[in-house]
Design a protein around this ligand. Structure first.
Ligand code: AMP
Ligand code: ZN
Length: 487
């Protein structure tokens, strides 16, 4: 295995990747907050980590990939103020908070599937790990780094900073961080301006609440990732990822919590994806420039000239390094779409290419360059440049302008398979439609079985089929002509 170098936010250097326990790799990625649909910016982060996961697997690692679902404890402000996002949305949509969670989790999975992202090995939820979070808070309190004020538990940042370095991830001193925060007022429950909540006391109107040693309440946002990552990957694990916007608060607080708990730095390599922007402004729910993947596919959004296929969008993302900002524009997407078509056309040409008796190209060197690009901090734009070179060779061979042996052709086929499909996770349109064909056949079979159950008056079975399909995100509609379905 060639050495793999990756940029570590913590040390601000590219470092050779050395897992704690090879060939096992622990990878934790902060997942979505499921109180609304994910926008394309969120997708960029998840697609980048999907590519990183795919490459680690491709080069022989056995990766335990954990990506959580934040389904509780997310307040509007970064610093424990504002309303609970889930409760607010539940009120707005007149649903139970857990209906909100279910609805947007199903939607998130649909989007991930559309982009051909591989599901993580474990997808834990915050609400499913309340006990673990309470246990961790208790330990932090026992170690003296947290205090209680009227049923709410705060992490004591200044005390922690005496023993450890709170601002290490963003390379900031405590004094600098303090400068950026507002003064505490007499009514504040916190002792220090940077202190953050580990557990928040429920108000009478709080809908999502759990019992704890400090009364009814709910966990702060940051503690879920510390509790779940250590549960599934251990107190110290290999890679932790997320978007760059999480560095200063969420990830800084995760490090503090874990380190306060067991005096060990929890993560060896911190990796952060850069932001997707629109006209230079970060795409976000609050900026109002966050269009949804569904809108992107149909073109139904004022910012979009027309719709784009999920694979064209994925390719667009691969053409920029995950660590650089990526600005969305119709022109850039259309250029990517053309590039992707060119690559796919050459893939089809490659399947019919006839071997010659001599070789005029060094395909082995080309393959080595592809690995070199990926081993250099997952440099997909350079990889894509090499793949365009491969496409040029294929097209020239097809035009008899150069000659390739059968070995060359076989090697080119494996380069396409490995890098375009396995590592970058792209699919041919054909594969996409093949998957849809299979789905249509399976659904028709399931509806036939359900219909037969109804004819036999086996209503528990027909209801069970409907409910299980609903859970899987498939809606059944019974009509005069029989049942129809939609995702
Ligand atoms: P959220 O659901 O807001 O917690 O975000 C889910 C993930 O998307 C986090 O890892 C964020 O860092 C990431 N993210 C949010 N906005 C963007 C953006 N504009 N570009 C790339 N990643 C983003
Ligand atoms: Zn997290």
């Amino acid at each position: 295995m060639q050495p793999l170098f990756l940029y570590n936010t913590l040390t601000r250097k590219k470092e050779e990747f050395k897992p704690i326990n090879p060939p096992l790799v622990g990878l934790y990625v902060c997942g979505p907050t499921v109180y609304s649909d994910v926008h394309l910016g969120n997708c960029r982060t998840f697609i980048s980590f999907d590519m990183i996961y795919r490459y680690l697997v491709h080069i022989g690692y056995k990766v335990r990939y954990v990506r959580n679902i934040t389904d509780a404890g997310h307040l509007e402000g970064d610093r424990d103020e504002g309303d609970d996002k889930f409760a607010k949305k539940a009120k707005l949509e007149q649903l139970e908070p857990m209906e909100i969670v279910q609805k947007y989790t199903v939607g998130f999975h649909d989007v991930m599937r559309a982009f051909n992202n591989i599901p993580p090995s474990i997808e834990p939820t915050a609400t499913g790990h309340i006990c673990e979070q309470i246990e961790m808070i208790k330990q932090i309190m026992d170690k003296g780094f947290a205090y209680e004020t009227d049923g709410t538990i705060y992490f004591d940042v200044e005390k922690y900073n005496k023993d450890f370095s709170y601002g290490q991830l963003t390379n900031r001193k405590l004094e600098e961080l303090l400068e950026g925060t507002r003064e505490l007022s007499g009514q504040d429950e916190k002792r220090g301006r940077l202190d953050f909540a580990l557990w928040i006391k429920a108000k009478p109107e709080t809908l999502m609440r759990w019992p704890s040693p400090w009364g009814w309440g709910f966990p702060g946002w940051h503690i879920e990732c510390s509790a779940m990552s250590s549960k599934y990957l251990g107190d110290v694990f290999d890679i932790h990822g997320g978007g760059m916007d999480l560095q200063a608060t969420h990830h800084t607080n995760e490090i503090a919590q874990s380190q306060a708990c067991n005096h060990k730095a929890p993560v060896n390599y911190w990796m952060h994806t850069n932001m997707l922007t629109v006209n230079g402004v970060r795409m976000s729910k609050t900026a109002g420039n966050g269009f949804l993947p569904g809108e992107l596919f149909t073109g139904d959004h004022p910012l979009l000239e027309r719709g784009y296929s999920p694979m064209a969008v994925r390719f667009f993302m691969m053409q920029t390094h995950y660590h650089s900002t990526l600005d969305f524009s119709n022109e850039a997407l259309q250029a990517s779409e053309k590039g992707f078509e060119r690559l796919m056309d050459s893939y089809n040409t490659l399947q019919t290419l006839k071997a010659g008796s001599s070789s005029s190209e060094d395909i082995k060197a080309l393959q080595a360059k592809c690995y070199e690009a990926m081993n250099d901090d997952f440099n997909t734009p350079i990889l894509v440049a090499h793949l365009f070179d491969a496409a040029r060779i294929v097209n020239s061979a097809n035009d008899n302008k150069l000659s390739l042996t059968q070995n060359d052709i076989d090697l080119l086929k494996s380069i396409y398979q490995n890098f375009i499909f396995d590592v970058m996770g792209l699919q041919t349109e054909e594969e996409n439609s093949k998957a849809n064909d299979v789905l249509a056949k399976v659904m028709s079979m399931v509806l036939d079985i359900r219909n037969k159950a109804k004819v036999d008056k086996n209503f528990p079975l027909s209801d069970e089929i409907r409910n299980k399909l609903t859970d899987a995100g498939v809606q059944i509609k019974d009509g005069k002509e029989g049942a129809s379905w939609k995702i």
